[in-house]
Design a binder for this molecule. Sequence first.
Ligand SMILES: Cc1cc2nc3c(=O)[nH]c(=O)nc-3n(C[C@H](O)[C@H](O)[C@H](O)COP(=O)(O)OP(=O)(O)OC[C@H]3O[C@@H](n4cnc5c(N)ncnc54)[C@H](O)[C@@H]3O)c2cc1C
Ligand code: FES
Ligand code: FES
Length: 1403
Amino acid sequence: MQIRVAQRKRGGPITHRGVFMALNSTKPSFLHRVVGTHQTSMEENGRGTCKDDSSLVFAINSQRFELRNLDDPSITLLQFLRSQTSFKSPKLSCGEGGCGACVVLLSKYDPELDKVEDFTVSSCLTLLCSLNGCSITTSEGLGNSKTGFHNIHKRFAGFHASQCGFCTPGMCMSFYGALVNAEKAVDDRLSKLTAVEAEKAIASNLCRCTGYRPIADACKSFAGDIDMEDLGINTFWKKGDSVQNKMSILPLYSPGDGVCDFPEFLKGQGKGGSLSSWIAPGNVKELQSLMKGIDHGDETRVKLVVGNTGVGYYKEEKDGCVERYIDLRYVPELKIIKKDETGIKLGAAVTISTAIKALKKESDEIYQKIAAHMEKVATSFVRNSGSIGGNLVMAQRKHFPSDIATILLAAGSYVEVLTAEINEKLTLEVFLERAPMGSKDVLVSIEVPKWKASQIGSRLAFDTYRASPRPLGNALAHLNAAFMAEISETSEGSVMSSCRLAFGAYGTKHAIRVKNAEEFLAGKKVTPAVVYETIGLVKSTVVSDEGASNPEYRSSLAVGFLFNFLSSFMADPFKGNASNGWLNGHSTAPDEDSEATQKSCHDGKSSLLLSSGKQVFQASKENRPVGEAIGKTGAALQASGEAVYVDDIPSPPNCLYGALVCSTKPLARVKDIGFKSNPLPDGVAALISYKDIPKDGENVGSKTMFESESLFADELTRCAGERLAFVVADSQKHADSAANLVVVDYDTESLEPPILTVEEAVKRSSFFHTPPFLQPKPVGDITRGMAEAEHRLINAEMKLESQYYFYMETQTALAIPDEDNCMVVYSSTQCPEYSCAAIAQCLGLPQHNVRVITRRVGGGFGGKAFKSLPVATACALAAHVLRRPVRTYVSRKTDMIMAGGRHPMKITYSVGFKSNGKITALKLDVLINAGISLDVSPIIPIHLVGALKKYDFGALAFDIKLCKTNHSSKSAMRAPGEVQGSFIADSVMEQVASTLSLDVDSVKTVNLHSHDSLKLFYDGICGEPHEYTLISIWDRVARSSSFNERREMVEKFNRCNLWSKRGISRVPIVFEAGGMATPGKVSILSDGSIVVEVGGIELGQGLWTKVKQMAAFCLSSTKCEDSLLERVRVIQADSLSLIQGGITAGSTKSESSCEAIRLCCNLLVERLVPLMEKLQKETGSVRWEMLISQAYMTSVNLSASSYYVPDFATTRYLNYGAAVSEASLSRSRVLHTKLVEVNLLTGETTILRSDLVYDCGQSLNPAVDMGQIEGAFVQGIGFFMLEEYKTNSEGLVTADSTWRYKVPTIDTIPKQFNVEILSSGHHQNRVLSSKASGEPPLLLASSVHCATRAAIKDARKQLHTWGGLDGSHAMFNLAAPATMPVVKELCGLDSVESYLKWRMNHK
Ligand SMILES: Cc1cc2nc3c(=O)[nH]c(=O)nc-3n(C[C@H](O)[C@H](O)[C@H](O)COP(=O)(O)OP(=O)(O)OC[C@H]3O[C@@H](n4cnc5c(N)ncnc54)[C@H](O)[C@@H]3O)c2cc1C
Ligand code: FES
Ligand code: FES
């Protein structure tokens, strides 16, 4: 490999075997001076000036900061907070405004009104320079362990709302922003916020662990209108406590607690920026003269800015070369909000949130609807700083798929544009159609006229629409639309005098009006024939540009929305009046409808809440505190943001930062890799590649029990996403920017084409081998089973796609060289032992030279197991070569490109069955795409078959191939293989039921295992008959969910509604789990405090909490008088302190770690008991401290280690559960404070309700297990319904951001979510009778998919009656994820046209 060595800007290059580096390069110096807490005198700068002595003054958590002359004005608040202050609670997770992990509260003082405005912003997009005079509050500023936690922290902890904790400070701040704005409190424990508002406050924040329900409860506990009975499991009150009692126990909330008092020292601070790189003109003239002054060629270096949120989308602008910003926020003409009888004028710099407030104040329905639509634009913390002008400029200049452009276009808006010379007023339509605005042009204002009907007797109608994967926003629309019409009611029906039909965001340049359709409709009576013809015109105009995704779907959305709008003007064919009869169907029975809605949604309680639910469990008192639902260790620390993750560890002096460079080609020779520019990009110190691996080392980045994987590609890259090199620079920002500038010269000449499909892998016999001990065993005689069948389905096919982990904390590590060729590596990993081995092998060091430390991990889900190793190894290698600390925090994009994720697969099966649905034989051929290297893929087949066998298939045979392809290697993701196996089994049931026209639930029931068949399928691990709880769970979930009654309701609902369909489904699961060998160590210190080390890693799953409970329980058998729980501290994992830690995966590491601790404690108890007995004799009762101090005096060994090795014969066992889910192919939306089912033509699914019953044996901690069950289920919803981990044709991940990859948010979880943990009593071979909870419940989410399928089935039946489908409509495959386009396609992309044609023929 050739590295082009070029001159560095600062400090020359020093070459070293392919490495160029500047050993003495200084700390990143983006600022010159930070002045601490005391105020320094400062000259008040006039706005628009660029003085050299200029400065920026702001406060963070009341501390004063003053900065002078920023080298890099594009530095964000988050970068500043995390690199220059001790406030680490705002986390980086996406860096693009899409997740909420970085949210802070920004407060501004308005001297004219003597008022402080508080609002949340995403600190990852907020420019530091924009903060002059502002006060910032972070979660640790609300409260902390030193000054006392804030009540939000306490309630988040008490309601079990924090698991890994990485999202928690951002959640707290998003909620605090809503709380602080909710006027004055109604009483001292509750605020004026409503429960609905409390939920919405966190609707834009992502959490990958909890499933949101507990977070919603923590927030709702502050709501003035909350019914305490509706709040879930918490540590504050016990079951049966009175409401008064509950109220009195909740940590006191006082709105005026002074947290957010605006610092007096900021009140006199000038408003705008006052740095030479930041200019805030005070009026249009100043602005104009500034714009004129920009030299030709300098345009790209000067940028107009308001909220800077645009860089969340146009990320390249982040790395750009902006040297000077012109802040538009202080130009009065751009801040104006003027209302009169002609309309409302909004300055372009008015934020979307302010515009919403202004519009909402108006009684005009059009304004109300525009405001309601704007509430779904972006996220709350983006709307608070993002301006409407910024949005429209992005739409006009860069073709951003804007909502605001579309709705304002339909509302006939005008814009005012200021160019260097002139001030123009033009229609928004002309503005959008023009050539992109010049860089010196300024959008000044937007005017939305007030519309009135032009004739007496006519009325105006206006509505807006958007179809997106998340109902409440934080997702771009597949298409948006807004329509305005003037309607005259005549004796013959509704006549449309005129209309404006606007469509946007459908994969074209900008929003448009469909003028030919508008003209066609003008003066026409709205009849089915007219609507049909209009639709034709719209369809031929609303056409996505070439290459846009889902073009047919988007066209069908345009049709659907227009039909939705126009049908309200068509006379109901049966009632004769204009209503939405056309939409709802001929037999709409409102009473039945609403009864069904309520029954399904809220168990009789009409509610507008996004989520509610019940949690049922029995806390075991036998082994206290084991079995108690105690709160998660460190939850309040996580909420306040004081919990330390790897990236929160302060950088050691001289630290460098790395960024990985990945291949974009699936198979190519890497001829050259380097930078084109000379000098090198800012701050770059080295470009590390495989050539830098030490002589004694090896090119190893990851080591599993099966194979090693290279750290970097050598001459050949074998998949897109493969690591090629590691850029090392003086800051993470510089490293990330430089990684984007690396140029790789590929050559594919004379190479075979890459293998990019499993079919191609089969053709070229490209397979991995599965070792015999991991090969699943067939069951029974497949030939006989097939022969016994009365019906057969032969070679049915299905495909399953991948899933990305989306841990909120991306991969990260910090490597610090230590004396004598040692290396200390802090890594966010699920397996420090393996990290240590990989690093040692790569560096050619003995393992005792490498210490890997892991305290906590911000979410893992399997992705921080072997996939974390190369990241830590790259840091260690760079640190080893450069002899300096090196850290990295992998960007979300790179993380998504490298991760691999879940295994995609193709399944072909043949199934034989009887007429009653009883299956006699199932034969499968499964092609698993394992990617380029083995990783842990050999475990997938056995996991897949393990979960597939949940039904009695009579005989089962399979041929499972692990295909080696040129994709990034797939790895274990929560329930690896099992989720696919379980889903395949249910899909077989669905197809069998469809073939026989039987009810699918009865087919499932008839195929459930008896204990005898269970024994056959799960040889040796099925346990005693009483341990097989699935049959009772199956009945129990039917009862608790009123399954049969609700099935009837669903049928009734579907008969009554043409455009909304529901489905309900029950799904069982069987999941194999097994313990793992795990070490433990317990030491008692002289003051009686206890320190515990375990092999297991705290990933958010509550492992530490369970371990603490176990230690307290076991040590309490010394019979001392005290409770020991609070004395136990579990400490970070350290690969040299406790060896053989193994991997934290497979759902059983908590149990195994507990068992290891039990063994240690037993040893300690054995040593302490004689002393205890002696002391008891002498003094009667004995306190713990006394016992321990005596033990110290008498030299009792108070440290014990163990290595728990589960008994091979009994370690594996089965877990059982079942779920009922009800899904609706419609969106419930709040309209005039009533929950209504909106006719849905978009393919959107709402999960109305899910009921889960899961057997946890005897839960070690029901609160922790409840969190695991709910969180896993919601992650499963992501897999089955939402998450598309897409790649391009070369296998390069294109779903590489929060824009393109949609994990569930609170508005996509079940509206009612009921979970029962079944305590199934004594299980002899389990750790205190407990069973796993981490992974199995994820499988239950297929109930949502099956329910959706049931709803689609009814939709297709109906489409068949309209002539839109043939007789085979019942046989179909619903892909996973069942995204909106997928569902809509199955329901008929042209269902509206079919319906209208059918109607026209059946007058
Ligand atoms: C996570 C996220 C989700 C989003 N989702 C949606 C969505 O669903 N629907 C939707 O419509 N939008 C969405 N947006 C876009 C959002 O509305 C815009 O980012 C925001 O309105 C831009 O305003 P700003 O003040 O931050 O602009 P800035 O980022 O400050 O500026 C954006 C661009 O416009 C230029 N500019 C700004 N104001 C002017 C002006 N007055 N005259 C001339 N040039 C100007 C700037 O130079 C820059 O090039 C989303 C944004 C984010 C970050
Ligand atoms: S990190 Fe700022 S919103 Fe995700
Ligand atoms: S607790 Fe929310 S992401 Fe882990």
